[in-house]
Write a new protein. Structure first.
Length: 127
């Protein structure tokens, strides 16, 4: 796999994203990303730039020209990261359980709404 897709796959869990989330936020078809990963092909420059912005990483890092450093993980052990993830899960368990009871189509719509709301909020507060 090209360093680009290897680094993208490595970063997704740390950014709390799945491939479908990345595709949605970048405005790129899910199939385009999956095909790139499966075919081990370098993405077009515009696609790579969109992905780097969503992952908040330099394009050079994703291309393997710089080492990819995941913020926060350098000073934390894997056990500490797992404890944080477990605490986050426990904090949101009620919401997760409620979502699991809703049909997938409704759940996906709710997820899209939440992600759009978050993105809008982050954009407003960055400016």
């Amino acid at each position: 796999m090209t360093p680009f897709w290897t680094n993208v796959k490595k970063l997704l869990p740390y950014k709390n994203l799945e491939v479908k989330d990345l595709a949605f936020r970048a405005g790129i078809p899910y199939s385009t990303i999956i095909n790139g990963m499966n075919k081990n092909s370098m993405p077009h420059a515009d696609l790579a730039l969109k992905i780097s912005k969503i992952l908040d990483m330099s394009l050079e890092s994703l291309l393997g020209e710089e080492s990819v450093q995941i913020v926060g993980s350098g000073s934390q052990s894997q056990a500490d990261l797992e404890k944080q993830e477990l605490a986050l899960y426990r904090k949101n368990k009620v919401i997760i359980d409620a979502l699991e009871e809703i049909p997938v189509t409704v759940r996906d719509s709710m997820q899209d709404l939440i992600l759009k709301t978050r993105d809008s909020y982050l954009k407003e507060n960055r400016d």
